[in-house]
Write a protein that binds this ligand. Structure first.
Ligand SMILES: CC/C=C\C/C=C\C/C=C\C/C=C\C/C=C\C/C=C/C(=O)SCCNC(=O)CCNC(=O)[C@H](O)C(C)(C)COP(=O)(O)OP(=O)(O)OC[C@H]1O[C@@H](n2cnc3c(N)ncnc32)[C@H](O)[C@@H]1OP(=O)(O)O
Ligand SMILES: Cc1cc2nc3c(=O)[nH]c(=O)nc-3n(C[C@H](O)[C@H](O)[C@H](O)COP(=O)(O)OP(=O)(O)OC[C@H]3O[C@@H](n4cnc5c(N)ncnc54)[C@H](O)[C@@H]3O)c2cc1C
Length: 640
């Protein structure tokens, strides 16, 4: 591989009108943090073991799982040796060391341990959290069943208290109650947090979390009374052993129920929690993290597609002239530059979401549940919005790279396969949006009654008769006003339909269900209050429906979006460089910093396992016998 930088990329970087390094420092919160991040990424780059792996797609499923386990345990050991204490250092090391491969211990770190900390009593946390953090106990979060994922109250696994033995008896009473999907349950973990219907003194008290040992701590064999296995190949997550688990009257100690919020006493008395939804806290936490995951996935795909678009020359823009950089086609700009804007918007949304989560979750830990509904609604809405929009954007990035985008060598298919599951896990997106919609509906009617609303949704009470003041300058204020107006109007429309359904005599659940399509649109508009002109142009109908914009303003906006493409054009490469993803993290032949795409593609292809032999064994086993058989055949057509 030459170590020269592609001349087109060199030119792009030399003509940028701002210093990408300054923007990098803004993104990562200062030059020292950038320097530290790069130091850590370099440690990984110099690490022979970590650099010894071929691309994951060159291994079969067994190999991918085995490599994922090997790599993660190596990472754990290296982190101990390096003595990184800050979470940012550890995260930077992990992300660089396993850039595309999900961890078989991801749910241990991301759900199991944090849930023990947040849902266990102080005694339970003191006992179990150190075991989890030292990996003496390896766990996951097992909630979903064959028959239920969304409707948690419909879960069928039972945990029945036996006061005689001070134990809970876990059971999978039906086929549909078998736990199905939990990550890392098939081969990796020896414990699970299991969500089950709690029964005591003959009464069901709803779903609660139980710590369950599922494999021997001596030899990892499956505990008697359990059936455990792998669910099989999936669209992505190849290195993750999502599994199934069936309980056959499996006993656990009473004190294995997480009892921070609800309790079962020795005599079987049930002490109920302040709010039944406190048990759902782990899911809210991960939904907040997924907003940042959506930013990382979309921004990486955008870096790849924009750099490649600057390097790829195809067709004549000027008749007889040299082939154009595809980034100079307006259509290519209209595909990619809004995604560049979206990536930055998602970064800000993810940081804002994390700050709100930190504040409200600490209030909840102190017993103040006042803002719990707002946190739930925001986490559901942003998780759904950012993963939906992010996945659509990643697909646009892939297709904007032509045939090479379809190759794993581009890095984009793996980005997509790993993030698109997030539209389903941790709350299926439509269901999540409807949770936010339910909050908007209740808030709208509270606003109509003159009640005060939290700041984030006060726009619901604005005067909808006002028209836009947008001028040629497309001011920030006029754009925000447009998004607020659109969302407020759409929420009001959905609520009026819901009310009209009730006035017709529909029961409230039917009145709700028969207004959910406009509610989903309204909730997307609510979440969209993030970035501007492109969003208006792409959704013009929703902004025009009540004449909010006049014809001249619509012409201004259509002109503005094309003008913005021209404004961004000289800085497109600098804007993606600013995300500062090193090549070994992007894992992309198309998105390389040096732009040496064709050499990288050629080298990558030559290392494909299918090239290990010149003539594949199938020739000797099948093709040659077929040809020999046909050469003897009288049938002319068979010879063609
Ligand atoms: C690789 C990682 C490495 C390191 C770590 C870093 C990353 C983190 C780790 C993981 C993430 C990344 C990769 C992991 C990959 C996969 C993990 C996936 C895990 C899972 O999928 S776990 C299972 C997730 N399942 C769900 O989310 C189920 C969704 N369903 C629900 O939440 C509920 O059923 C639903 C839809 C909310 C309905 O519940 P219910 O019927 O009980 O309620 P109602 O709708 O009737 O509403 C009643 C009332 O309750 C309020 N409410 C509901 N939920 C909540 C809540 N969570 N908090 C607060 N309030 C809630 C609701 O608003 C209603 O209130 P109201 O009456 O309107 O006032
Ligand atoms: C990659 C991956 C990893 C996962 N990891 C885990 C894990 O570690 N632990 C775990 O417990 N689970 C895990 N899951 C399971 C995941 O949480 C569930 O699949 C998810 O909650 C969706 O539930 P479901 O599959 O029952 O979908 P369903 O709810 O059956 O969805 C089917 C359709 O029904 C619609 N629908 C359902 N309810 C409503 C409603 N009330 N209103 C309108 N429409 C509705 C949905 O919108 C969807 O279109 C994982 C899943 C995936 C894909």
């Amino acid at each position: 591989m030459s170590n020269e930088v592609n001349t087109d990329l060199l030119k792009e970087r030399s003509t940028a009108t701002f210093d990408a390094e300054r923007l990098t420092e803004f993104i990562y919160k200062g030059p020292e943090k950038v320097k530290r991040k790069r130091q850590i990424q370099n440690i990984v780059l110099q690490d022979k073991f970590l650099q010894s792996f071929k691309p994951t797609e060159f291994y079969d499923r067994d190999g991918q799982y085995n490599n994922a386990v090997r790599r993660q345990i190596y990472i754990m050991d290296r982190l101990e040796e390096l003595g990184f204490r800050s979470e940012t250092d550890r995260l930077n090391f992990r992300e660089a060391a396993a850039p595309v491969e999900l961890s078989p211990f991801g749910l241990h770190s991301g759900m199991f341990v944090p849930t023990l900390e947040r849902q266990g009593t102080p005694e339970q946390s003191r006992k179990w959290v150190p075991l989890g953090k030292s990996f003496k106990m390896i766990g996951t979060y097992a909630q979903t069943e064959l028959g239920h994922g969304t409707f948690i109250r419909g879960l069928e696994t039972t945990a029945t208290f036996d006061p005689e033995t001070q134990e809970f008896i876990l059971d999978s009473p039906t086929l549909s109650s078998i736990k199905y999907w939990p990550g890392n349950v098939a081969k990796t973990v020896n414990h699970c947090l299991v969500m089950a219907q709690l029964y005591t003194q003959g009464k069901c008290h709803g779903t609660h979390l139980f710590l369950v040992q599922v494999r021997s701590m001596e030899d990892h064999t499956i505990m008697p009374g359990l059936e455990i296995g792998d669910i099989g190949p999936k669209l992505g997550f190849d290195g993750v052993d999502n599994g199934f688990m069936k309980f056959n009257k499996y006993r656990i100690p009473r004190m294995n129920m997480l009892m921070r919020y609800a309790k079962v006493l020795e005599n079987g008395d049930y002490i109920k929690p302040k709010n039944a939804k406190l048990t759902y806290g782990a899911m809210v936490m991960v939904r907040v993290w997924i907003v940042m995951d959506a930013f990382k996935a979309l921004s990486r795909a955008t870096v790849i597609a924009v750099r490649y678009s600057a390097v790829r020359r195809q067709s004549e823009l000027r008749p007889g002239g040299e082939e154009a950089q595809v980034i100079d086609y307006q259509t290519q700009q209209y595909k990619l530059f809004p995604l560049l804007a979206t990536s930055y918007a998602f970064l800000l949304a993810a940081e804002g979401m994390s700050q709100i989560y930190a504040k409200i979750s600490s209030d909840i830990e102190r017993g103040n549940l006042e803002d719990m509904p707002q946190l739930h609604a925001l986490a559901c809405g942003l998780k759904a919005f950012c993963t939906w929009v992010g996945c659509e954007g990643i697909e646009v990035c892939r297709m904007s790279c032509g045939g090479h985008g379809y190759s794993h060598a581009s890095g984009i298919p793996k980005i997509y396969a790993n993030i698109v599951g997030a539209c389903t896990y941790e709350g299926e997106n439509t269901v999540m949006m409807l949770q936010t919609a339910r909050y908007l509906s209740k808030s709208y009617f509270r606003g109509q009654r003159g009640e005060s609303l939290p700041e984030l949704i006060q726009y619901l009470t604005i005067d909808l008769n006002v028209k836009s003041t947008l001028g040629e300058d497309c001011s920030f204020e006029s754009l925000v006003a447009a998004y607020s107006h659109r969302a407020a109007r759409m929420v009001a429309t959905a609520c009026k339909l819901q009310n009209a359904n009730k006035q017709k005599g529909m029961p409230s659940h039917d009145a709700w269900n028969k207004s959910t399509v406009p509610f989903i649109a309204a909730t997307k508009a609510h979440c969209h209050l993030l970035y501007a002109v492109y969003g208006i142009v792409e959704n013009m109908g929703e902004f025009m429906q009540d004449g909010y914009f006049n014809q001249d303003q619509i012409s201004i906006l259509n002109r503005k979006v094309l003008a913005l493409l021209e404004d961004i054009r000289p800085n497109a490469v600098a804007l993606v460089d600013a995300f500062d993803y090193p090549d070994h993290l992007l894992q992309s032949c198309l998105g390389r910093y040096d732009g040496q795409v064709y050499e990288a593609l050629y080298e990558n292809s030559k290392s494909s396992p299918l090239n290990n032999t010149d003539i594949h064994s199938s020739y000797y086993n099948y093709i040659r016998p077929m040809m020999q058989k046909r050469s003897k055949s009288k049938d002319i057509s068979a010879k063609l």
